[in-house]
Design a protein around this ligand. Structure first.
Ligand code: URA
Ligand code: SF4
Length: 185
């Protein structure tokens, strides 16, 4: 078994935080264990909790579309994870102690996959990985050094679904930035 599969198996029974009580299943992550590109979202929603895969609901459809249109890839050619692996009840925000409890899984995913570019989707992933209190609107629009990788912050697709065209356009330009750093242009 690969390191990632082993970690997923370990996480499947995790009870390190209160989110374990009401989840259907742990949504560990999906995609290529050797991916150069890793997306990090916030937390599983209802669809993800039921299907066991990140970004399979409405936000995910938008993410899939932007990935195809701006990067020319589908989700099997990258890796997708979340800050917390279990669905918060009623889609509330994950709490600081839950984010902290779950963080080692994301850190291990980053260590094992060693992506070239990490794209953080929205405030939770961005604040956690960039170790900043600045909001996404302020920090997006450029890339940041992230260990041996680059970090490209962008909006969460749910924000784009709420806010519309201008946010989608900014997400597109952030993905073009990621593509350039990946050398895919
Ligand atoms: N929103 C997220 O942040 N992650 C998912 O997996 C689905 C929706
Ligand atoms: Fe464990 Fe993370 Fe799920 Fe909490 S959210 S129970 S830390 S896998």
């Amino acid at each position: 078994m690969t390191g990632l599969a082993h970690l997923a198996q370990e996480a499947a029974g995790c009870t390190k935080c209160a989110l374990s009580a009401r989840r259907t299943q742990v949504v560990f992550g999906v995609g290529d264990p050797d991916a150069d590109l890793l997306f990090v979202g916030e937390a599983p929603g209802r669809d993800e909790d039921l299907q066991g895969e990140p970004f399979v609901g409405r936000s995910g459809k938008l993410l899939d579309r932007l990935m195809a249109e701006e990067l020319g890839i589908d989700r099997r050619q990258c890796y997708i994870a979340n800050v917390v692996k279990c669905r918060p009840p009623d889609n509330r925000n994950p709490r600081p102690e839950e984010i902290e409890a779950c963080r080692p899984y994301l850190v291990s995913q980053l260590d094992l996959i060693q992506p070239v570019v990490v794209v953080t989707l929205g405030n939770f992933a961005t604040k956690l990985l960039l170790e900043t209190d600045e909001g996404i609107t302020r920090v997006r629009g450029k890339a940041y050094p992230f260990g041996r990788s680059h970090l490209v912050p962008t909006y969460h697709p749910a924000a784009a679904l709420r806010s519309g065209g201008a946010v989608v356009a900014q997400m597109r330009s952030d993905l073009v930035r990621a593509k350039q750093l990946l050398g895919w242009t």
